[in-house]
Design a protein. Structure first.
Length: 117
């Protein structure tokens, strides 16, 4: 079993992404669509139009790493966001729930302290 420590910041790219894109194409979406630096060490998550595929892009100090997952049944659900937003930051626990098939919009959370950005 492969286990990796997740980066401290995880971003979802909300619009459907072309899953034929590779390292450079997805890095371009990060730069142009999200306005972030793809070399920052953050993890960027992309979803296909049908929602049955995900790609995760991460810069690992000396090169990009790209993971992909295709579901045989069902879809990955991203949380609803305000119109016009290309992406949002989520916690690594939220990413684990998305990968496990949980709809984040249906999750009820208890109030917790969050330090202002």
């Amino acid at each position: 079993m492969l286990t990796l420590a997740l980066p401290t910041r995880v971003f979802l790219y909300i619009p459907p992404a072309d899953m034929r894109r590779g390292f450079d194409g997805l890095a371009g979406l990060v730069r142009d669509g999200l306005g972030h630096d793809p070399l920052s060490g953050s993890l960027f998550v992309f979803r296909s139009r049908r929602g049955d595929r995900l790609k995760l892009l991460w810069w690992d100090e000396d090169g990009f790493a790209l993971w992909s997952k295709r579901l045989e049944a069902g879809t990955f659900r991203f949380p609803a966001v305000a119109a016009g937003r290309a992406g949002i930051e989520i916690r690594s626990a939220d990413l684990a729930m998305i990968l496990d098939g949980i709809d984040l919009d249906s999750v009820k959370r208890s109030k917790r302290y969050r330090r202002p950005a």
